[in-house]
Design a protein around this ligand. Structure first.
Ligand code: AMP
Length: 185
């Protein structure tokens, strides 16, 4: 099973990805988590990424594409994965498509999790209290929402045209949302 989870910050992509990982016994690749790991190690990618992440902006496409190009070619990806937070721009989606064709991987579905924006900001402000994330401050939260609608939401149309988009309502109990996702894949 090879899935992409799409949705604005705070919609619960990480929570659902962890559950889908267990259900399908596949790996969960969160580019946000990978980048935070790189920052913690002060690697060259981490050092380059920090300024963008702390401002709530996207890290440049070339960095993400290179990182995911290496990662998706690793052996543990052959059995399936959930991409959480990638792709986030049209150039990333196009680059991903070229890579997947090269390595003979086919996506089963792109799941777009939807929710009301005020609810998302409320959730993120709550999460900020104990997340320890350097990008969980109210102004950066607002910026990340803006970036999502501006740069990532166009992917909904991109994948709809490819006939692999499935929309799922992200409001409600965690288990209900998981059930909705399992119902569409
Ligand atoms: P996330 O944990 O998915 O909310 O990601 C945290 C931050 O990492 C984002 O606000 C971006 O700055 C950066 N990031 C994660 N994934 C990507 C991506 N696919 N493209 C660009 N930047 C990304």
């Amino acid at each position: 099973m090879k899935l992409i989870l799409l949705g604005p910050p705070g919609v619960g992509k990480g929570t659902q990805a962890a559950r889908l990982k267990k259900h399908f016994k596949i790996i969960h690749l969160s580019t946000g988590e990978i980048l935070r790991g790189e920052m913690a190690n002060s690697s060259s990618v981490g050092i380059q990424a920090r300024q963008y992440i702390d401002a709530g902006n996207l890290v440049p496409d070339e960095i993400l594409l290179k990182m995911m190009n290496n990662r998706l070619r690793e052996k543990d990806c052959a059995g399936g994965y959930i991409l959480d937070g990638f792709p986030r721009t049209i150039p990333q989606a196009e680059g991903l498509q070229i890579l997947l064709d090269e390595i003979n991987h086919e996506l089963n579905a792109v799941i777009s999790i939807t929710a009301n924006q005020d609810e998302l900001v409320r959730r993120l402000v709550l999460r900020a209290k104990d997340s320890g994330r350097s990008d969980d401050t109210e102004s950066v939260i607002q910026e990340r929402q803006r970036v999502y609608w501006d740069q990532t939401a166009p992917l909904i149309h991109f994948y709809k045209e490819k006939n692999i988009l499935k929309s799922v309502d992200g409001l409600g109990a965690i288990q209900d949302i998981t059930d909705r996702i399992l119902g569409v894949v």
